[in-house]
Ligand binder design. Structure first.
Ligand code: ATP
Ligand code: MG
Length: 374
């Protein structure tokens, strides 16, 4: 039996609560896991793009707190704290909750429900061989002790994204393999339940009757910022991060710790070392970058210490306005304000999420009527 797939925009909600109107603009969805505060890697990998797209796209930013349980199940208090801290980081960088919708994963039940159905569309080995998952298991030293739920987060991420039927997903390089898996799920769902021809080009899936668009990854200006250890990617969980909320003294100290390998006076400097990734990412003047590269490579009376001082200054200048905005939410009552923002955004998001789930259930033959849980 083939069940007709509802047109992706038919009956879409037009209003989602106070002060927020559906735009008719293409959507983006992305998010962060509350495993710590946000860092410079998030900024160059994804946040910059989110800020740039706030006015041209309908934006959904997900607090992936369920995913945080995959590695921190015994620390619910930390997850709750970091959920609030991440929203403060978002507000600090300039995410505007009037223009963008902040969504809490645990209060968006459609995501969990779609995760279950999507899990059936992915071969087990396909998930377990996902290179991002493998790298994470290695980087985080999970060995073979990770929970049954840990690899599920990769499937869950397909649902995080597709629940919002976005055109684009702004992410760092490490997430591209996950987005590819999400694209596979979208194709398979559309083919299996909406009768879309497998030969259809990705861009044509919605017009061919598919429920889900095949979303594209949008990788930031620096797809993988290396951590201060000079080896692994900067990561919340690896203790190698410069946080967006660090004060100038801490920034200076952490930049001072960036590992550059052994530099000798007789050997030219290596401008591909970790420190120079920071030079290129955070010093604004291209002329100054070129000069630092040239002098460092030539060993022209310029060492790590000097370059680090300039990097620390550039990073602090970037973070200064963020610190000021963050301070507004660090006073008494700030957490409550943040929780109100999360609640308002999640309420709006659920209208779209429930609509997606309802359409998915329709084409899967699961529409036994609107659900009333209480
Ligand atoms: P965890 O250590 O818990 O995995 P994380 O630091 O990797 O945390 P995530 O919440 O997994 O952060 O990632 C959120 C977004 O930020 C993703 O799009 C990811 O690709 C991007 N991102 C994270 N770290 C970096 C980095 N070092 N460089 C560029 N982008 C990054
Ligand atoms: Mg990560």
């Amino acid at each position: 039996m083939r069940i007709a797939c509802p047109a992706p925009n038919a009956g879409a909600p037009r209003s989602r609560g106070r002060g927020f109107r559906v735009s008719g603009r293409p959507r983006i969805l992305t998010g962060d896991t509350p495993t710590g505060r946000l860092h410079l890697g998030h900024y160059v990998g994804s946040l910059e793009n989110r800020l740039a797209l706030q006015d041209t796209y309908e934006c959904y930013f997900l607090l992936a707190n369920m995913h945080a349980f995959t590695t921190r199940a015994a620390h619910p208090g930390d997850i709750r704290r970091d959920t609030i801290e991440i929203v403060k980081d978002w507000l600090a960088v300039g995410i505007d909750p009037q223009r963008s919708t902040i969504v809490l994963q645990t209060e968006t039940p459609a995501i969990a429900e779609l995760t279950w159905f999507f899990a059936m569309l992915l071969p087990f080995n396909r998930v377990m061989k996902n290179p991002t998952l493998r790298t994470e298991i290695d980087d985080k030293g999970l060995g073979d002790h990770y929970s049954f739920g840990f690899p599920m987060y990769a499937v869950g991420q397909c649902a995080d994204i597709l629940t919002f039927r976005p055109a684009m997903v702004p992410v760092g390089q490490d997430q591209v393999a996950h987005i590819e898996m999400c694209r596979e799920v979208a194709r398979r769902f559309n083919q299996t339940y909406c009768g879309v021809d497998p030969k259809t080009e990705d861009k044509d899936y919605p017009s061919a009757g598919g429920l889900f668009p095949i979303p594209e990854a949008l990788v930031g200006r620096v797809g993988r910022l290396v951590g201060t250890d000079g080896k692994q990617k900067m990561s919340k969980s690896l203790g190698n991060a410069i946080l967006l909320s660090d004060d100038p003294k801490t920034v200076k100290k952490k930049v001072g710790q960036i590992f550059t390998g052994r530099q000798t006076l007789t050997e030219p400097g290596d401008v591909s070392n970790a420190l120079f990734q920071y030079v290129r990412a955070f010093i604004k003047d291209p002329g100054r970058i070129a000069e630092l590269e040239r002098r460092y490579a030539a060993g022209d009376n310029i060492g790590d210490g000097h370059v680090k001082a300039e990097v620390a200054e550039a990073v602090s200048a970037l973070l200064e306005p963020m610190r000021a905005r963050r301070a507004e939410f660090e006073r008494e009552g700030g957490d409550d304000e943040v929780i109100d923002i999360i609640k308002a955004g999640t309420t709006r998001a659920n209208v779209l999420a429930e609509d997606t789930l309802h359409r998915a259930k329709q084409v899967m033959g699961l529409d036994f009527g609107p659900r009333r849980l209480s």
